[in-house]
Design a binder for this molecule. Structure first.
Ligand code: GLN
Length: 314
């Protein structure tokens, strides 16, 4: 005789079977974890994902945590079918070329582990060059900074985490991005020193109110965007990537406003594309900014333009 919960159980089972990852669960149901891993690597490679071995490791570690992966592979830990099902759900997303950061929900940046969704640009190692450049040039003296287009809040959080006397404001046009940034600042215990506000670059912000302005604006040439990897092209927010026809649209707006927003003598740091140093330095010079320099990332590419607002008598 059917019990009161039978229809609920049937419904749950039907929902489970209807999940898009069902083919993966079917393929893996009779395999041990070593074979599941090998199959996952093969599928990732077939989907065009080059770092398949390391990505499979991240996906496995994420689903098995806190169980150590090596112990699970050696059969010394009991891996539940539930965990294999969860792995199938994550793997299925990654096979659709959803970025690993979005599948796992977080991404390491600087010393932090930041929440990432499809509403924000995934923080990249290249951007750590900007963080490093700022830290190398600015002491721990109290300072009020501005991050234009803060996205996940990565740059703001990294800098405030290293400089206990600093305060900051993060601006973004996207309310959804600001919600992610808020969670990141909160998780890093930085909310007391950081504010977030919706806005279009520096619009409406008070004159000469910042000691440091940083930004990683969208800088990809629009035509190039269509040829990028599907992870970036289809799953990261276009508004964080699309720099317009020549990739420089955001720099024109931001740089023209820097002399107004910066206190006299205050500094700025902008992330740039590898081939944009000349153009961005030119815009900065035309805006009357001084002490201009271009710094490289760890791959040796031009990545950061650094400079200063003129002092009143300089
Ligand atoms: N560096 C990023 C990329 O090439 C672009 C980031 C940006 O436009 N600010 O994917």
């Amino acid at each position: 005789m059917a019990g009161p919960f039978d229809s609920l159980v049937d419904q749950a089972r039907a929902d489970f079977d209807a999940r898009p990852s069902q083919p993966l669960r079917e393929a893996w149901q009779d395999l041990d974890l070593v074979a599941v891993r090998a199959d996952l690597v093969a599928r990732l490679l077939a989907a065009g994902i080059d770092d398949a071995v390391i990505e499979a490791r991240f996906l496995l570690q994420h689903t098995l945590a806190p169980m150590p992966l090596e112990a699970a592979l050696a059969g010394r830990e009991l891996v539940a079918w539930r965990q294999i099902s969860d792995l199938a759900d994550l793997a299925w997303q990654r096979l659709q070329r959803i970025p690993l950061s979005q599948v796992l929900g977080s991404q390491p940046f600087w010393t932090l582990d930041l929440k990432v969704t499809a509403d924000v640009l995934t923080p990249r190692a290249d951007t750590e060059a900007l963080v490093e450049a700022v830290l190398a040039r600015c002491s721990d003296a109290p300072l009020h900074m501005l991050d234009l287009g803060t996205g996940s809040g990565a740059i703001l959080a990294a800098l405030l985490s290293e400089r206990a006397a600093w305060t900051g404001l993060g601006i973004d046009l996207s309310p959804a991005a600001l919600a992610v940034a808020r969670q990141n600042l909160d998780a890093c215990a930085l909310t007391a020193r950081a504010q977030l506000a919706q806005g279009r670059w520096g619009e409406g912000l008070r004159d000469h109110s910042f000691d440091l302005i940083v930004s990683n604006p969208p800088y990809i040439v629009r035509e190039v965007l269509a040829g990028l990897e599907p992870e970036v092209r289809d799953h990261e927010p276009a508004m964080a990537l699309d720099g317009g026809e020549d990739g420089l649209d955001a720099y024109r707006v931001i740089i023209a406003d820097l002399p107004r927003l910066l206190r006299p003598g205050a500094r700025f740091a902008l992330e740039i594309g590898f081939d944009q140093a000349g153009a961005v330095l030119g815009l900065a010079e035309a805006a009357g900014l001084t002490a201009l320099e271009c710094l490289q990332d760890l791959s040796g590419h031009d990545r950061v333009v650094f400079g200063q607002a003129v002092l009143p008598n300089g």
